[in-house]
Design a protein around this ligand. Structure first.
Ligand SMILES: NC(=O)c1ccc[n+]([C@@H]2O[C@H](COP(=O)([O-])OP(=O)(O)OC[C@H]3O[C@@H](n4cnc5c(N)ncnc54)[C@H](OP(=O)(O)O)[C@@H]3O)[C@@H](O)[C@H]2O)c1
Length: 302
């Protein structure tokens, strides 16, 4: 049997437990992998809380992104073979000794990229990549990222800097040095944030990437008049009310391979700040669920 961490009902962390499941057989378009690492994301606790519907077959295994070694390939899968080191979008929960990946959202892992780093690319890095592309800002323009110190913000800041953008980001003072290291300017959030943004960007802001939503998004909306360059990954309702848009996800195997190449060449760093063993999956998810994880949290599977 395969050890996995999941939830037995929709709700809080008390619904989580370790599960035994039989080895998974890959159907069409799927890869069965021995998991080496799994990225931890807010979507994991949001799914568990039922915020993305309540139609899943329970118990369900947590985790949307994983890296590992291919065990078996399903019918119709090309470009992957048993023994390949890969990473991709998990089709059956990444917090597990084995899982299935969606082959069309997977890529080969370069030897220069760690399993831990690769496991962070399918969700947060790919989302950041989609968002920065969608904004389409050119060199010299100024981008404001709400929630810059988290998994998506960390990558978005670096991709934006690579495009020659000036980057500001809201984060607590505890993350000032971290944001500095991303070559971005930290702006404390909370009361007075628009004044602080104006002081940090006297010529104004040319685009906003929202990774927080709600009141934090409303509080800064006034800094930008052109709402075609206001995008959110988290709050489709508020961003639409404000005239902006929800980021369209457009990830492919090709974009994942390109992100891995950037990590391998040292141009992109997912900043894996916390590594937990599979036995620490509850602690890993609790850290992300706190809303204040810095960079990326990863579960490593022996
Ligand atoms: N649409 C999609 O396909 C998609 C994909 C990926 C992620 N998402 C969503 O995008 C959001 C961000 O994801 P993530 O992985 O980056 O999350 P994350 O890593 O959990 O974000 C944690 C960060 O949020 C910061 N934060 C918390 N409250 C804040 C506030 N009021 N203002 C500014 N920063 C604040 C924290 O910084 P401090 O500790 O300094 O407060 C912390 O560094 C999540 O809601 C996630 O569900 C959507």
């Amino acid at each position: 049997m395969v050890n996995a961490f999941g939830f037995t009902d929709y709700g809080g962390p008390e619904t989580q437990e370790f599960l035994d499941r039989p080895p998974l057989e890959p159907g069409p378009g799927r890869l069965a992998i021995a998991v080496r690492a799994a990225g931890v994301n807010p979507i994991d606790w949001k799914i568990r809380r039922g915020l993305f519907g309540r139609e899943r077959q329970l118990p369900a295994v947590l985790g949307q992104e994983a890296s590992g070694v291919v065990l078996r390939v399903g019918p119709g899968v090309t470009g992957f073979a048993p023994g390949d080191e890969v990473f991709g979008t998990a089709a059956s929960g990444g917090f597990s000794e084995q899982t299935l990946l969606r082959a069309e959202l997977s890529a080969l892992k370069p030897g220069t990229v760690g399993f831990d780093q690769a496991a962070t690319l399918p969700v947060s890095a790919a989302t950041a990549d989609d968002a920065v592309r969608e904004l389409g800002l050119g060199a010299g323009r100024t981008l404001l990222i709400l929630g810059i110190a988290g998994g998506v913000g960390t990558i978005a800041a670096q991709l934006a800097r690579t495009r020659g953008l000036v980057v500001l980001g809201t984060a607590s003072d505890a993350n000032r040095a971290y944001v500095d290291a991303l070559s971005a300017v930290q702006v404390p959030y909370g009361e007075g944030v628009t004044e602080r943004i104006a002081a940090a960007a006297p010529d104004g802001v040319d685009g906003v990437l929202d990774l927080v939503g709600g009141d934090a998004l409303r509080a800064v909306a006034g800094v930008i008049t052109d709402r075609t360059v206001l995008v959110s990954t988290v709050d489709p309702v508020t961003v639409a009310e404000l005239g902006g848009s929800f980021v369209t996800r457009a990830t492919t195997s090709g974009t994942l391979a390109a992100l891995a190449a950037l990590v391998g060449s040292g141009e992109l760093d997912p900043h894996v700040t916390h590594r937990f063993p599979l036995t620490g999956a509850a602690e890993a998810l609790a850290l992300v669920e706190s809303g204040h994880a810095r960079g990326k949290v990863v579960i490593e599977v022996a």
